[in-house]
Write a protein that binds this ligand. Structure first.
Ligand code: ZN
Ligand code: ZN
Length: 211
């Protein structure tokens, strides 16, 4: 389908709202009509080049919307459901999810790739060039195809323009409040299902992922 999205072509380039192509959701993916999206400093970091991403890219990572279509195998949501998007997918099956640390889910290993979980793209320019997604959600667009693992079902009465902030800003601020930590792992993992900073010791390196 064709839709409009704010596209960034490179570091310090202007955002250009233009038509792009969006593929249908594949297995375990969801097409969401975006209703609201926040603007986070991490988006600005990509614009300034402080965070490096493959370009062109469609930014935005705290969004909320309504499910339009689901791909094969999706069981969590159905068309018409209201959802908040989370840029940290949580599978519920890996060792980290089982230990109560969904922010370190193994599915996050491709967070920086600009591709979907299967390492292919759903976003393309009109002449067929792949466009990177941002953190699997790319919310600065009319629609987004996201992993089922990246949607959180919310009641219909929740205003989506407020709920979208749970995708990063609110949960990041909540997680960064002073609080007692009982283990090194907890100190290294200040944020939870969505939002903020997540250290990933399972990757064998000590870098900090900011989103
Ligand atoms: Zn953010
Ligand atoms: Zn997991």
């Amino acid at each position: 389908m064709r839709m409009r999205a704010a596209t960034l072509s490179g570091v310090k380039q202007p955002l250009i709202v233009q038509e792009v192509e969006l593929d249908e959701p594949k297995a375990n993916e969801v097409l969401v009509r975006m209703v609201a999206s926040g603007v986070c400093h991490s988006d600005l970091h990509v614009i300034t080049g402080y965070i490096d991403r493959p370009y062109p890219v469609i930014l935005g990572h705290e969004g909320a919307g309504i499910v339009e279509q689901v791909g094969p195998g999706v069981t969590k949501v159905k068309p018409g459901d209201h959802v908040v998007l989370t840029y940290l997918p949580a599978c519920g099956k890996c060792q980290w999810c089982h230990r109560g640390f969904p922010n370190m889910c193994d599915q996050g290993q491709h967070l920086r790739s600009g591709k979907m979980l299967d390492q292919t793209s759903r976003l393309h320019t009109l002449d067929g060039q792949d466009i990177s997604n941002f953190l699997f959600v790319s919310t600065w667009a009319e629609y987004s195809v996201v992993p089922e693992l990246s949607v959180v079902l919310v009641p219909d009465y929740v205003p989506l323009e407020k709920a979208c902030l749970f995708g990063c800003g609110f949960s990041t601020g909540l997680a960064r409040r002073p609080m007692p930590c009982t283990s090194a792992l907890e100190r290294a993992s200040p944020s939870w299902a969505a939002g903020g900073w997540a250290r990933r010791p399972s990757r064998g390196h000590a870098s900090v992922t900011r989103a």
